[in-house]
Design a binder for this molecule. Structure first.
Ligand code: ATP
Length: 238
């Protein structure tokens, strides 16, 4: 029996006015898979994630757990478990770390035991976050804020996690920590779609990488078969 992928994007197209920023993209992510979306500035990587969430007008189909997602219903998609950690993180700077995390689990209401369970899971993923619960989120370092952003996403108990350049502006060490955690999450079963400009980092974790250029997938790469940086560069400049 063939198990369908958790997320199955088919022929996804999106435009900003006259500009067609996404031109028929196919992508899948299954249980235990971390897939990377690579490509230069302006390739359409963020647009792809926004279109999957239904944040922008789109055509084509996004199948999730073998059902079609409504085309323009980002809140509905999030409630079903399709969760985006946006570029720039989107955490609330004036609020504390704990408040930011709790917001991610607003859907569970007053179930304190469940809130505790989810918080503890985040603390296991990011021990540093636990030490900073009372801190105002905006006063944390970029890397810590990214941990809070991923932690908040995990608080909603996602069924697939989409991340837009979590490494942006971060030092290599903390980037490594965050990417390792994403690798562990996918290994535990959660499908992860990682948009990343730093291809070598993403290729270390990904089971498959999609190369996006001018709104199209121009190559699907098996990271184990990429022998050199030059080989990858040739796709970027093709
Ligand atoms: P980056 O890494 O620089 O964010 P990206 O691959 O994520 O690049 P997108 O942000 O998805 O690329 O942009 C794809 C194309 O759509 C670009 O040509 C961009 O200029 C255009 N675009 C993005 N957002 C808008 C917008 N709100 N209005 C008009 N055009 C847009």
């Amino acid at each position: 029996e063939v198990v369908p992928p958790v997320l199955d994007v088919r022929g996804l197209t999106a435009r900003y006015g006259h500009v067609e920023a996404l031109k028929g993209v196919d992508l899948t992510a299954g249980r235990g898979e971390l897939v990377a979306v690579l490509g230069p500035n302006g390739a359409g990587k963020s647009t792809l994630l926004r279109a999957i969430m239904g944040l922008i007008p789109n055509q084509g189909e996004v199948r999730f757990l073998d059902k079609s997602l409504p085309r323009r219903d980002p809140a509905g998609a999030a409630n079903k478990g399709v969760v985006l950690v946006p570029e720039g993180r989107g955490i609330f700077g004036p609020m504390t770390v704990l408040e930011n995390l709790e917001l991610g689990a607003f859907a569970i209401g007053r179930d304190k035991a469940e809130m505790e369970r989810r918080l503890n899971r985040v603390f296991e993923l990011f021990p540093r976050v636990k030490e900073r619960l009372k801190q105002v989120a905006g006063s944390m370092s970029g890397g810590e804020q990214q941990m809070v952003a991923v932690g908040r996403a995990m608080m909603s108990d996602p069924k697939v996690l989409l991340l837009d350049e979590p490494s942006l502006g971060l030092a290599p060490r903390v980037t490594g920590e965050i990417l390792d955690t994403l690798g562990a999450l996918s290994a535990s079963g959660l499908p992860v779609v990682l948009v990343e400009q730093k291809a070598p980092l993403a290729l270390k974790l990904a089971c498959r990488a999609y190369l996006l250029s001018l709104g199209r997938i121009v190559a699907t790469i098996n990271p184990r078969e990429v022998k050199s940086h030059d080989e990858l560069a040739q796709y970027y400049f093709a």
